[in-house]
Design a protein around this ligand. Structure first.
Ligand code: ZN
Length: 286
């Protein structure tokens, strides 16, 4: 799933090409991507006509396209959702699911999704923050994000640090890739018990998470999957800068020890066995 930097890359592309444009017509080519719109595809299409987009917004990994009238389209990229702009008469890319035409006769917005875990739904009153994602915590790039508050709540939890980083109700936007990279930078093992961490160590991990995501954003995100692309069809190149994620057996960029991959929460964790030592029994929560 795309994480914060990849979603923000998409949001920036949409902000340039969508803001201020008025919809004339929406076309749903496959009902599955609008399944979260409970009144069905016909209602989705009818609701969109005549609305004008304001600037797209994001919280954590979640993206929404506000309308000037206070409602919004909530966009789930899922595993493979993409927004593309094309001339209305250009051939459809494979897996094109939804089309949106505009009054200015400029490029058509197309939602393309191969696996269709993603989708679009109308969020009434969702322009400021869709109620569907109101439980998602602010991410480190949110102007109202409070590092000290997140650190305090993190150290009250009785869990492992990586589980805490992935908890979108504690801090938004961090997924498997950037959690592993942040922990490597801060030299912390993923199972370190949050309630035994020093304040300084918790600050270091969260600060590293913000830094690594900022660098990834500058690189356009990480192309961990060829299905993830921005609105121009390009994927980011931050995967070249990853220190541990996906690098099993390769040398740690800091100490040269071979990177280790371990099963974690039905996925994998990558760490340096020397820089990120396994905590002692009383300091670990797997
Ligand atoms: Zn190392």
């Amino acid at each position: 799933m795309p994480e914060l930097p990849e979603v923000e890359s998409v949001r920036r592309g949409l902000a340039r090409a969508l803001t201020g444009r008025t919809i004339t017509r929406a076309t749903v080519l496959h009902p599955r991507p609008v399944r979260r719109h409970l009144l069905g595809p016909d209602d989705f299409v009818a609701q969109l006509a005549g609305r004008t987009f304001a600037e797209p917004r994001r919280r954590g990994k979640y993206l929404w396209l506000p309308f000037a009238d206070g409602d919004a389209v909530l966009a789930h990229l899922g595993m493979s959702g993409q927004f593309r702009f094309s001339a209305a008469d250009a051939p459809h890319a494979p897996n094109t699911r939804v089309l949106i035409d505009f009054a200015d006769d400029g490029p058509q917005l197309r939602f393309v999704d191969q696996r269709m875990f993603g989708g679009l739904s109308l969020s009434e009153g969702g322009a400021e923050l869709p109620p569907e994602i109101a439980h998602i915590a602010r991410d480190p790039f949110d102007p109202a994000y409070q590092l000290a508050d997140v650190v305090r709540r993190l150290r009250r939890k009785r869990t492992g640090i990586k589980r805490a980083l992935l908890d979108q109700q504690l801090v938004g936007g961090i997924g498997n890739i950037y959690a592993d990279e942040a922990l490597w930078r801060a030299r912390v093992h993923y199972a370190r018990a949050t309630d035994t961490m020093s304040r300084a160590s918790a600050v270091a991990v969260l600060t590293a998470a913000r830094a690594v995501m900022a660098e990834a954003l500058d690189a356009g995100g990480t192309s961990f999957d060829s299905l993830y692309v921005d609105v121009n069809g390009s994927s980011g190149y931050f995967d070249r800068s990853l220190a541990v994620y996906g690098r099993e057996g390769e040398p740690c960029p800091r100490c040269g020890s071979p990177i280790r991959r371990e099963a974690f929460m039905n996925r994998s964790s990558f760490r340096c066995p020397r820089c990120q030592r396994t905590p002692t029994a009383g300091h670990a929560r797997f």
